[in-house]
Design a protein around this ligand. Sequence first.
Ligand code: 5AD
Ligand code: SF4
Ligand code: FES
Length: 395
Amino acid sequence: MYKKLGDDSHFSDKNIFIYFGINQTMKNPDSILSKNTLDKDDIIALLELDEKDSLKLFAKATEVKSKSVGKITYFRGLIEFSNHCSKNCLYCGIRAGNEHTHRYELDDESILYAAQFAYDRNYASIVLQSGEISSTRFIDRIDNLIKKIKELSDNKLGITLSVGEQSYETYKRWFDSGGHRYLLRVESSTPELYNRIHPQNAHHSFDVRMEALQNLKKIGYQTGTGVMIGLPWQTTEHLANDLLFFREFDVDMVGMGPFIEHSETPLYEYRNTLLPLKQRLHLAFKMIAILRIIMPDINIAAATALQAIDPMGREKAIRYGANVIMPNITPTTNRKNYQLYENKPCIDEGADDCVSCLEKRIEMAGDSIGYGKWGDSRHFYERMKNAGIFTSEAE
Ligand code: 5AD
Ligand code: SF4
Ligand code: FES
């Protein structure tokens, strides 16, 4: 018996998804939390815990985090260098079809300036993020930027890429030039739900997304994925399957956050079917906490979307299991244009403001900051060691 997340009274094609009543046979969280391996029913029961009972889940996740990856949060300086996108995901504010978005692209100089800022502040890692473009110009440009960033930082700055689906050859080329982590969210690991939140065409194919994730792993990237939480039509069973997918796929990093409806997107039509924002946020915390318990040594990012709902959203996520934060170091003039969802935080703050603000926030959450360390996923090192690829420890 699985709970559907929102109110389904506003759409007509109910037959596509099966909704069940509230789980009547809720198991005791203590007995579930004391198990060594959680199965799907256990995960669903945890996802359906109320606020009071979920405190036990959060306490367990805090304990697991402290024992496995320690009470350290790593920074990744996030550079949203372009909001041009060839895709039309039905949930996203910068989709190609949104004519109200003012499109921008940072020049190389500004990107390198931001990378230098991250390096000088001892962040040790940056994320280059943009919409999905696959032109030769774009591919060459990223390649060139990776090399220049490696050069300016004496090979020290870690580079995570997050620029969507690309060919095997492109991923390989960027890897050979120095990109070592890649973030590509699966958005939902359930093909039917994936199809409902994307246009139905070959450019938005679930299978292509899966293949891209496989390629990243094969090439040797530390591979990160993630989902949105509280989507229309999403059930707790879908979310449990997402967590099981992360485990089966053996991911190194996960970034996931609440879905936040954007008025200039097609999914806005379903806003009345969604869980209230606060409940979506609570569900996102439960997802993070369960993930920390079932995959103790991976890196989990506290997504910025958490903070769009609750000013302390990311700090709470850090307490409940996350260990990575991506401070936005995009020059402020362009931040307002990178609005995947509305109410995005830190739009007016300069990079320096965000740093000192975040330092205080992380201390409040009880962690220290892993300055000067790449903070690679320990999981990745274990995976590589087991494959006989290398034996040195994570820094
Ligand atoms: N709400 C929350 N997250 C969103 N993303 C895109 N649109 C939204 C939205 N409306 C997330 C997607 C994407 C990442 C870059 O941002 O998961 O992969
Ligand atoms: Fe483009 Fe990513 Fe937004 Fe989809 S989610 S429209 S690929 S930026
Ligand atoms: Fe950006 Fe606080 S994290 S201003």
